[in-house]
Ligand binder design. Structure first.
Ligand code: RIB
Ligand code: CA
Length: 323
């Protein structure tokens, strides 16, 4: 008996080293019908994040998923780039060949709307960059809300931020967009730093990926080694937190991420705490819950899923090494 139909997924991203791993996971999963990749300004400029999405898909041979560029700046505020983490290109660490995968001429906002309206079955949006494209699509095409079954967001933090002491990068880059998406009334999974800081690309994980061999294995290891160096230098981490595939994994297998259904608001007023996701974990405020907030990750099964996905690209297609 065949399993459930694959989930129609659109990945909105700002590649970004961890975004690259999210693309590879989504494209390899039999549980996913990968409808489109949309890019947004975030880790780097829109031009760079879009080129990076094309680069990753070209190396991986992902040539059947349209890539469309979206918003080149936040709704209201000035853009900020994360050069210190992802480098000047946004995907430093690999000597990239010219991409072979092209760019869809449509705007990402229109691709999001068309993917929601035109498909057989609902669309799940996985957003792993600033939420500018998603908020704009919901505002410009309100009718798509009934065609979106969930938005899985990598973003926010219950406690400490990573871009400011209070705020996580994807949220503070465009806090107005994040607030609008959280107020949309759509089912939302919020995968915060408390979860993604458990998805560490340790030397043991890299050894499993390296053993797969092939161009995607080589690309992934090179990207993670660059990411490891910046994460150690900036945050003192012994291994880099591979944030974005956690939001994809939460859709593929919701049992991987433990969540609490709570109210989440974005601080738009403060200076010190601007962009903070105020997660009412204990229900103190009485505000209506509006998101399923991740509080834990099944780390071993997450990496098994990630390595099994990467193994599908390997030229040699060896048995997936188990830890
Ligand atoms: O804070 C981590 C998030 O910001 C990740 O999505 C990373 O790619 C950056 O976009
Ligand atoms: Ca990202």
């Amino acid at each position: 008996m065949s399993g459930p139909a694959p989930r129609r997924i659109l990945l909105d991203c700002d590649p970004g080293h961890d975004d690259a791993m999210a693309i590879l996971l989504a494209a390899a999963s039999p549980a996913v019908e990968f409808v489109a990749i949309t890019t947004v300004a975030g880790n780097q400029t829109l031009e760079k994040t879009t080129l990076n999405a094309r680069r990753v898909c070209s190396v991986a041979g992902i040539d059947d998923v349209p890539i469309a560029a979206g918003c080149d700046r936040p709704l209201v505020r000035e853009p900020m780039q994360a050069d210190d983490i992802h480098g000047e290109s946004g995907l430093d660490g690999v000597d990239w060949p010219e991409p072979t995968v092209g760019l869809d001429p449509r705007h990402a906002v229109d691709v999001i709307a068309e993917a929601a309206i035109e498909g057989d079955g609902p669309l799940t949006i996985v957003a792993v960059g600033p939420l500018t494209n998603v908020a704009t699509a919901l505002a410009r095409h309100p009718g798509i809300r009934e065609r979106i079954d969930r938005i899985s967001i990598m973003g926010g933090a219950i406690g400490l931020g990573n871009w400011s002491p209070s705020a996580e990068f994807n949220i503070i880059e465009d806090p107005e967009a994040a607030a609008a998406v959280l107020a949309s009334g759509l089912p939302i999974t919020l995968v915060p730093l408390e979860v993604t800081h458990r998805a560490l690309a340790t030397p043991a994980v890299l050894a499993r990926i390296e053993a797969l061999r092939g161009p995607v294995s080589d690309m992934s290891v090179a990207l993670m080694r660059f990411f490891a160096e910046t994460y150690e230098r900036v945050f003192g981490f012994a291994a880099p937190a591979v944030h974005d595939p956690c939001a994809v994994a939460a859709v593929i297998d919701p049992t991987l991420v433990t969540t609490r259904h709570v109210n989440v608001e974005v601080d738009l007023e403060s200076t010190l705490s601007l962009g903070r996701t105020v997660c009412d974990i204990h229900g103190i405020t009485g505000r209506a819950p509006n998101a399923d907030v991740g509080v834990d990750l099944d780390v071993d099964r997450f990496w098994d899923l990630m390595v099994q996905a990467l193994a599908t690209y390997s030229v040699a297609r060896p048995e997936v090494p188990t830890p």
